[in-house]
Design a protein around this ligand. Structure first.
Ligand code: SF4
Length: 440
């Protein structure tokens, strides 16, 4: 029996069941889609947010509607969750990357599927539900403006514990300033899903939101854009506008962040760390397996990392194993390179043909996909036949890379004196990653 006078939607981000690095905050950011949708939910609705990576799901929760978002690796868990709520007769909507690229599969498990970015259409979906006319599929245009008109205050700040056995945590505000990327790297779905052109929030809007979070006492900002300098003109304007706010932040970028025309601006604006999409240290591999844009950047990798370190910027590097033509020697060389260049954090993943990417289409054409068990699409499991390489067990090689990179010996070789609290937090995260990587 319904006793509430209003409707309630429960927004859920499922936890991928296979993820080994999930317990490490630096690799496990809070899902932003559920917070965003919560913040624009009309006021005649009550909202419950559950990120299963942080909070268990109460399957008995009193709710009128469940909305799920999922990556491919968490899609099977999303379907399990949908089945449990369906047994109670609660309607389910599903969006996110997996439902966007394989809507027919998602539609078998839920009542309604949202293909693409849901921001602009979310109030209409809820209104359709209220009127009893929820559609099977919604396919909105990409939002014209990213200056979200929030209906209620939903936290953008999360306390991030960097290490278990020390009471050291930072209040980190997660914020996105733009979507879309023209680079269209073969393994990445960003260009396909969010478009080739960068769409950004307006600078005054961003500054207002940052000021709001500063007033609430945030310690640190994480701009979770896929590549914050993909449009350098916009990035420069943004950095100039942020500078007077005196904040510290990190984001994701390519190595052009170390170019002379932008590095000082970024550092003066408070950049303390950057996650670099390096992908591979082989120019040929970048050319064949990623794209010409990254290939042209390769000769600058070492200098860029050094320049960032010289500016006291923490450098985290994302490297991928499993491109064609690579051998086990290439992986050992890559880990050694990451240690020699003193990456502060190294992320090693298996090249994965995520649904919706050009890589996935090519692998299908070449008949090389070995499983469609989505739980293995978490970038730590090998799901592709690598007939052109000598590599037998890429899962194990990635685990060995983590173990080597985070071993005490390698940490000593990579050591740089911490310059600030964030630097210290990253050093301690290295210790935690050592423990996690040993238990793989
Ligand atoms: S990997 Fe990075 S640079 Fe390449 S398409 Fe994706 S977001 Fe753009």
């Amino acid at each position: 029996m319904k006793t509430r006078g209003y409707m309630k939607v429960t927004l859920i981000c499922p936890k991928p069941t296979n993820m080994n690095l999930n317990s490490v905050p630096i690799f496990n950011f809070p899902n932003q889609a559920i917070y965003l949708l919560a913040s624009i939910t009309p006021l005649n609705w009550d909202v419950e947010i559950i990120d299963e990576n942080r909070t268990p799901i109460d399957f008995e929760t009193e709710t009128d509607l469940v909305a799920l978002t999922a990556l491919s690796a968490s899609a099977p868990r999303a379907y399990e969750i949908a089945a449990k709520f369906k047994m109670r007769g609660i309607p389910i909507i599903m969006g996110g990357i997996h439902a966007t690229v394989i809507p027919d599969e998602a539609a078998e498990h839920v009542d309604s599927v949202v293909i693409g970015e849901a921001d602009e259409i979310w109030p209409q979906i809820l209104n359709d539900f209220e009127q009893g006319r929820l559609q099977r599929v919604y396919k909105p245009q990409l939002p014209r403006s990213l200056d979200i008109q929030e209906t209620r205050e939903i936290t953008k700040t999360h306390r991030v514990n960097f290490i278990n056995w020390l009471p050291l945590s930072l209040k980190v505000t997660f914020m996105q300033v733009g979507r879309g990327c023209p680079n269209n790297c073969e393994f990445c779905s960003v260009t396909k899903i969010s478009g080739r052109t960068l769409r950004t929030k307006s600078i005054p809007y961003i500054i207002d939101k940052i000021k709001e979070e500063i007033a609430k006492g945030t310690d640190f900002f994480f701009f979770y854009d896929d590549n914050i300098i993909v449009n350098k003109k916009f990035a420069k304007e943004l950095f100039r506008a942020i500078k007077p706010l005196n904040i510290k932040w990190m984001s994701q970028a390519d190595i052009k962040i170390a170019d002379e025309d932008i590095l000082d601006l970024a550092v003066e604006a408070g950049m303390a760390g950057i996650l670099l999409g390096l992908e591979s240290i082989s120019e040929n591999t970048l050319g064949d397996g990623v794209g010409r844009v990254k290939q042209r950047m390769r000769p600058n990798y070492e200098n860029a990392i050094k320049r960032l370190h010289d500016h006291n910027v923490n450098v985290m590097g994302a490297l991928i194993f499993g491109f064609d033509h690579e051998s086990e020697d290439s992986y050992a060389e890559t880990v050694e390179w990451a240690i020699q260049n003193k990456l502060d954090i190294g992320q090693f993943t298996v090249l994965t043909p995520l649904p919706g990417t050009d890589l996935s289409e090519r692998m299908k054409r070449e008949g090389r996909i070995t499983t469609l068990n989505w739980t293995d699409y978490d970038c730590t499991h090998d799901v592709v036949q690598r007939e052109k390489t000598r590599t037998k067990n890429l899962d194990l090689i990635v685990r060995m890379a983590f173990r080597k990179f985070y071993s005490y010996g390698a940490q000593l070789r990579r050591f740089r004196l911490p310059k600030n609290l964030f630097d210290l937090a990253i050093r301690l995260t290295n210790m935690r990653l050592r423990t996690v990587s040993q238990s793989f």
